[in-house]
Design a protein around this ligand. Structure first.
Ligand code: FES
Length: 191
């Protein structure tokens, strides 16, 4: 009679230990999964948030000043609100321009006049954060490469070997949403 409760007790303890062990094992897995999401490149359906916004407010076209210096942003996975800031190559620049002034290919990737490009210069990887207000050109301060945001961020001047990859956008419920992945590999040219 005395053995039965002891046996049950042992099984209960063992089951509890297994449960605790599984919990401990799952925690890092979840953390790794979130880390992967944070480092993954922007995906279709992602929202956009400014790089310094701890409230994670999804951006709309009105949040981007017209014909002004680029707004720096991250893509954000919408369900778990995981900001894809785990890789600096995910940094995105947003510029709002007169939609009629955009080239056809660029207009097709814009939403509400907002165009998005990789903020990583294709020359040596500096952030492209400069703005030439008269010419309405993007500018990399490291070696003065200039990119035209109305024309697929093509190189207008300087040593950059190729355009900034574009991040196609669309509007969903008035918010800027990633429509497709980057149009090209982000980062510096290695060939
Ligand atoms: S890193 Fe941008 S021009 Fe050199």
């Amino acid at each position: 009679m005395a053995d039965a409760p002891q046996g049950v007790g042992r099984r209960t303890v063992l089951k509890g230990a297994v449960g605790i062990g599984a919990g401990l094992a799952l925690a890092p897995v979840v953390a790794i999964a979130q880390g992967d999401q944070a480092s993954a490149r922007p995906r279709e359906g992602d929202l956009l948030v400014t790089v310094d916004d701890s409230t994670l407010k999804p951006l709309t076209p009105d949040d981007i000043p017209l014909a002004s210096a680029p707004t720096m942003a991250w893509a954000m996975e919408p369900k778990e609100r995981i900001v894809r800031s785990g890789s600096r190559l995910n940094r995105v620049l947003l510029v709002r321009l007169d939609a009629d002034a955009l080239g056809a290919g660029t207009r097709a990737r814009a939403a509400g006049g907002v165009v998005a490009y990789s903020a990583t210069c294709t020359h040596e990887g500096c952030d492209v954060g400069g703005w030439m207000p008269v010419e309405q050109m993007l500018f990399c301060e490291c070696h003065q490469s200039t990119f035209d945001p109305r024309d697929a961020a093509s190189v207008v001047d300087g040593p950059a070997p190729r355009s900034l990859p574009a991040l196609p956008l669309t509007l969903v419920d008035g918010r800027l949403v990633v429509a497709r992945p980057f149009t090209a590999r982000v980062g510096v040219e290695t060939v």
